[in-house]
Design a binder for this molecule. Structure first.
Ligand code: PEP
Ligand code: MN
Length: 354
């Protein structure tokens, strides 16, 4: 067990923690570092209940020394990771929230462009769309493949939006990497270790979605796989987990946001679309996600969701996206954050002048 003190923790706070450890019948080992102090604990037969120490003043976190992940952890890097995108003002993990919106799947050029225009108008910096779709049924629409990627590359040129799209397997990864600005690893692949390693050898940022039954540790270990290969640009994304409740498609676990932020310096986004599976719950959960401190959102939007080839039930209408963003803008301010502003973005000026 290791108690990591906050960088600005005082000597008295360090001493108080050492005393609390002694009072538990254990032995503290205070190890001051250049940035901050870590206090190792010995003398325990089994696991120590961290609750007693976690809330003491000056404590950043209490972690088992046996913790297997390293590169993702705040121990390794105290400051938040901010990911930037060449040729774009967009960042993920900074003060401005990262907004990713678009259809579940690219269905046609016309469909994608219609939706992309709304996405650009909303101020979102990223356009999402699946070209390779992980579908439960082998008979369901599987995506347009490279044709879908080409359409998204055109959308980047036209609207200045950065492109996020999924790589379904190691075979399609190189192709996706060629076209995408950020490569998505889907929930079903969160523990596809060969794909994670391959993504780790890519130089493009990776959007890693939480597995449908993954614990936070498993989620972070998946990110560790990517980082262990040298790609440090990883963005986590909570997208709901499988539980017994059936009023939503998945249960959006918003508590994972502060929990992940406490343990890791990596940015974390929330996907309220897959997280709820229901159009009328997407914006309410998006509001909650911003309030809980997420670094951004991924939202499925479709101009004709009733005709969508995948995930129509959870795809919101463009007008809902616009209204939702207005509400999110006000929530973000409370937290000292901001939403991307459409007016200041060059692609919007271009759209407006057409
Ligand atoms: C998606 O983003 O369209 C998707 C399939 O997500 P997930 O992997 O979270 O189900
Ligand atoms: Mn989808």
């Amino acid at each position: 067990m290791l108690v990591v003190m906050q960088a600005h923790a005082t000597e008295q706070q360090v001493e108080a923690v050492c005393e609390a450890i002694t009072n538990l019948g254990l032995r503290p080992h205070s190890l001051p570092g250049a940035q901050r102090t870590a206090i190792g604990i010995t003398g325990n037969a089994g696991a120590i209940e961290p609750g007693a120490l976690e809330d003491l003043p000056g404590v950043a976190e209490v972690i088992p020394v046996s913790k297997p992940y390293k590169l993702v952890s705040r121990e390794m890097k105290a400051e938040n990771t901010i990911i930037s995108f060449p040729g774009s003002p967009a960042t993920i993990g900074g003060k401005t929230l990262a907004m990713i919106a678009g259809p579940c799947a690219i269905e046609s050029r016309e469909q994608a462009f219609r939706i992309a225009e709304h996405v650009a108008n909303s101020g979102a910096q990223f356009f999402r769309g699946g070209a390779f779709k992980p579908r439960t049924s082998p008979y369901a629409f599987q995506g347009l493949g490279e044709e879908g990627l080409r359409i998204m590359a055109e959308i980047r040129d036209r609207f200045g939006l950065r492109i996020v799209t999924e790589a379904l397997d190691t075979e399609s990864l190189a192709l996706v990497e060629e076209y995408a600005d950020m490569i998505q690893i889907g929930a079903r692949n969160m523990q596809n270790f060969s794909l994670l390693r391959a993504a780790g050898r890519s130089r493009k940022p990776i959007l890693l979605k939480r597995g449908i039954a993954a614990t936070l540790d498993e989620f972070l270990m998946a990110a560790e796989y990517v980082m262990s290969e040298g790609n440090y640009q990883v963005v986590l994304c909570e997208r709901g987990i499988r539980t017994f409740t059936d009023h939503t498609r998945n249960t959006l676990d918003l508590s994972v946001v502060p929990a992940a932020q406490r343990l890791s310096h990596l940015p974390i986004l929330v996907d309220p679309s897959h997280g709820t599976g229901k159009r009328n719950k997407v914006i309410p959960l998006a509001r909650a996600a911003v309030a809980v401190g997420a670094d951004g959102l991924m939202i499925e939007v479709h101009h004709q969701p009733e005709k969508a080839l995948s995930d129509g039930m959870q795809s919101i209408y463009p007008a809902q996206l616009m209204q939702g963003f207005e509400q999110l803008r006000r929530i973000a301010v409370v937290l000292g954050r901001s939403m991307p502003e459409p007016a200041g973005v060059p692609h919007l000026r271009e759209v407006a002048s057409r």
